[in-house]
Design a protein. Structure first.
Length: 344
């Protein structure tokens, strides 16, 4: 465990960076500002450490780049809610309209722009906590939320979410790390290959709001059941790709709600492979289509397609579609989910 200063926020908050390492030469760093994942060093095929996530050198970068969500814990609800409003138990709740009249990632008062309390630290894990009061971001009920990052002996980053609301509410959290397995400074990820265990995906409209339709990947550029380079079909003349300016959709995973391997990304150049495991029913694959000329770690300029997100989740806009898995957590029930990024 190593603790270093990570800069001061505009509010005058002093932030820290907590670094964990294992015996294999893998290292992760997480800040208490937003509980964001800042660094992930993995040995490449030659044994050299390679930082495979996009990010910033200090807290001020995360403040300035708030809309990109580098390494962010997203809550209470990840992804988009159409019309920035929903009904629950006969009552309508209004959210901020921060994305074409819709709500994106529960903002603009995002969780990753808040200080989290370091509740527990050990050689292999860090637990961060935040209290979200009733009405926070427009959602009902007070919720105490904890997120634990664990670095395992087998080179896995285990992200565990735990919360118990005091009223029925929406809870659908994710991690928004951008992965580039050739290293964060290496340019685009279009030659890196991806596999997703999903036969279907949720259709989105021009504003990327899930319509409730579930479409087959068969015969479309959305089919990742056979591993392929991200760039092979990304510019195809296909509705979802045109609306998202690349991949920015939710895949309906074949894990049947059980914890399982659901995706894989690999680079022939670095020799690094990352496996994704989750117990959640959906996953947003996002190819950094709206990252433009962004100054990141070490002064590196990130641009379009410079990383890829694997955002495990309940399907987007689930509050408006009864045929989707529910994102509602009942009063007193435990919200508990886990996602693992394993490097092999």
């Amino acid at each position: 465990m190593k603790v270093t200063d990570f800069g001061v926020t505009l509010k005058g908050e002093e932030t820290k960076l907590y670094t964990l390492s294992n015996q294999n030469g893998m290292e992760i760093a997480v800040t208490d500002y937003g509980a964001s994942l800042v660094q992930v060093f993995v040995p490449d095929k030659d044994g050299h450490p390679c930082d495979v996530v996009l990010g910033y050198d200090e807290a001020a970068g995360y403040e300035a780049g708030e809309g990109l969500f580098f390494g962010a814990v997203v809550g209470r609800n990840s992804n988009r809610i159409g019309g920035a409003a929903f009904e629950l138990n006969g009552k309508k709740y209004e959210l901020a309209k921060n994305n074409n009249g819709n709500n994106l990632h529960s903002g603009p008062d995002y969780f990753h722009l808040r200080m989290w309390e370091l509740k527990e630290k050990a050689e292999d894990h860090l637990t961060f906590a935040i209290d979200s009061p009733d009405g926070d971001q427009g959602f009902p009920g007070a919720v105490h939320i904890e997120v634990t990052y664990t670095l395992t002996k087998d080179n896995s980053i285990k992200i565990s979410y735990h919360a118990v609301p005091d009223e029925d509410t929406v809870l659908n959290m994710t991690n928004h790390s951008y992965f580039n397995l050739d290293g964060h400074a290496s340019g685009d990820v279009l030659e890196q290959e991806v596999w997703i265990d999903a036969d279907r995906f949720t259709r989105g409209n021009e504003e990327l709001i899930a319509t409730g339709e579930i479409l087959p990947v068969e015969g479309t550029p959305m089919d990742f059941r056979t591993k392929k380079p991200l760039g092979r079909d990304i510019n195809a003349d296909y509705e979802a790709l045109k609306f998202g300016s690349g991949y920015d959709q939710n895949w309906c995973l074949n894990n049947n709600g059980k914890f399982a391997k659901v995706a894989e990304m690999s680079s022939k150049e670095s020799g690094i492979t990352m496996e994704v495991y989750t117990d959640l029913p959906g996953m947003q694959l996002y190819t950094a289509n709206f990252v433009i000329n962004e100054k990141g770690k070490d002064g590196i300029i990130y641009d379009r397609r410079s990383g890829c997100c694997f955002e495990t989740q309940v399907y987007p806009n689930a509050v408006h579609h009864e045929n989707f898995p529910s994102a509602v957590c009942k009063k007193g029930e435990t919200y508990e989910t886990e996602t693992v990024y394993k490097f092999v």
